[in-house]
Design a protein around this ligand. Sequence first.
Ligand code: NAD
Ligand code: ZN
Length: 259
Amino acid sequence: MSERELKAAQDTLRDFLAQARSAVAFTGAGLSTECGIPDFRSPGGLWTQNKPIPFDVFVAHQAARDEAWRRKFAMDAAFGAATPGRGHTALARLLADGRLRAIITQNIDGLHQASGVPDAALVELHGNTTYATCLDCGQRHELDWVRSRFEASGGKAPFCEACEGPVKTATISFGQAMPVAEMARADKLSRACDLFIVIGSSLVVYPAAGFPLIAKRAGARLVIINREETDFDEMADLVVRAEIGDVLEPFIQGVAANA
Ligand code: NAD
Ligand code: ZN
């Protein structure tokens, strides 16, 4: 995309945001790659290095839980210090200015919260990897507690102190049920919005990838900002195939400042 094309796309997005009464952003792993956190499906992404551990395997096998926690702590050592990028900052600003109603995210990295987005405006479809919960009783466990147990036992995944259940990061694994309240909130937002902006998602992970379709069918304008093609590009009102940070950087100043 040339600089002129990028500028034209930013102008269109600015117009769409100015005209919208209810705009929703839908974010994926691509939003956080400029923060140093790899996505799943880009070359060299996490997918190519580690096959995800399905939920039933995690529940059934101590060895799988040990491996899941080993990976988690190795990842935290590499990416744990990540801070919000330009895209996060721009979205937080648009929310604060009332230009965005909410953010639906597939990300688990906590960077929307770190950029100042309140929980009331954020729907985390795939949970959050910055803390853990017991799969049996739901009790929250902090990562420091898990890590100290893990290290003290020579790499064994710990059990819940309250009920002896398996402890897992508070994320949704493949094969694990989607969170009911979050799915309902995302569904409602998608149906009610008049502008739906996909940012950094390959749109292949369902049911999350169904929301752009729900929004479009309900009459919303659909914008897709992603460096690669997606299956939904054809039905979009605007496709911006460029770096997310470059596209959203002007919006860090808000919409009005650029009008
Ligand atoms: P994905 O990896 O399937 O797709 C990311 C998309 O973003 C790709 O199409 C890629 O081309 C694009 N992209 C990457 N960097 C970009 C950039 N700087 N500018 C523009 N485009 C860019 O991600 P997904 O659709 O979110 O699905 C992956 C699943 O894995 C999610 O469900 C999520 O829960 C999880 N995940 C989360 C994180 C995170 O929290 N940061 C990281 C990896 C995976
Ligand atoms: Zn428990």
